[in-house]
Ligand binder design. Structure first.
Ligand SMILES: Cc1ncc(C[n+]2csc(CCOP(=O)(O)OP(=O)(O)O)c2C)c(N)n1
Length: 191
């Protein structure tokens, strides 16, 4: 089982040019504390919305790599987005950070809709992987997109980091500005 922040750091290190959309709660806080950058779109309160927002960004920015960072609870909340991603958005890597609980709100158990990889593949994702070790995540070679990466994580053993300090409107403005000025084409990393 991976440490959540180490998993996030590994993903960002492996794909530094991607656009990231992170679900609300501790996952957004972890990403903010591990690797804040203007190309991160943080959700604050909008549980279940990382996948549809990531899909919208991928459709608007077809030459960019988009990484969706979901928790298992957030993923289960909006499964109806999977077939839309499956048919519409090739350059998405959809990460499900699975600690089997709603840790951000006290550790309530999550609904388990089944194997996320199997669900995604049934909905048209080109590839899917389950990883439970850091080396496997760091060395993961994704054979096609959209892809789902199911990361088995242990509960956090550290206090939650700082909350995102920018307001949502400022985060949107910062993200838009980064898109407008960036010339990154992201040829590396995911195929
Ligand atoms: C529609 C909605 N329901 C509930 C919440 C409260 N809430 C915020 S984060 C969270 C838990 C998210 O769980 P998960 O995606 O598994 O991530 P974890 O907290 O375990 O990292 C909940 C229930 C919310 N923000 N929006």
């Amino acid at each position: 089982m991976l440490d959540m922040r180490e998993a996030l750091a590994t993903i960002v290190r492996g794909h530094p040019d991607a656009l990231y959309v992170s679900t609300c709660g501790y996952i957004t806080r972890d990403l903010y504390n591990v690797a804040d950058r203007p190309e991160n779109f943080y959700l604050v309160g909008s549980m279940g919305m990382a996948a549809p927002i990531g899909l919208g960004i991928a459709l608007a920015q077809p030459h960019r790599q988009v990484v969706i960072l979901d928790g298992d609870g957030s993923f289960a909340m909006n499964l109806s987005c999977l077939p839309m991603i499956g048919v519409a958005a090739p350059r998405i890597v959809h990460v499900v950070l699975d600690n089997q609980r709603h840790e951000s709100t006290g550790g309530q158990r999550t609904v388990r809709p089944g194997d996320p990889v199997a669900l995604a593949r049934a909905c048209g994702y080109a590839a899917g992987y389950t990883v439970s070790r850091g080396e496997a995540l760091a060395g993961l070679e994704i054979s096609g997109m959209p892809a789902l990466v199911h990361v088995l994580c242990r509960p956090r053993d550290y206090p939650p980091g700082r909350r995102v300090e920018e307001t949502p409107p400022r985060l949107v403005a910062r993200f838009r500005a980064a898109l407008a000025t960036s010339s990154i084409t992201d040829q590396g990393g995911f195929q």
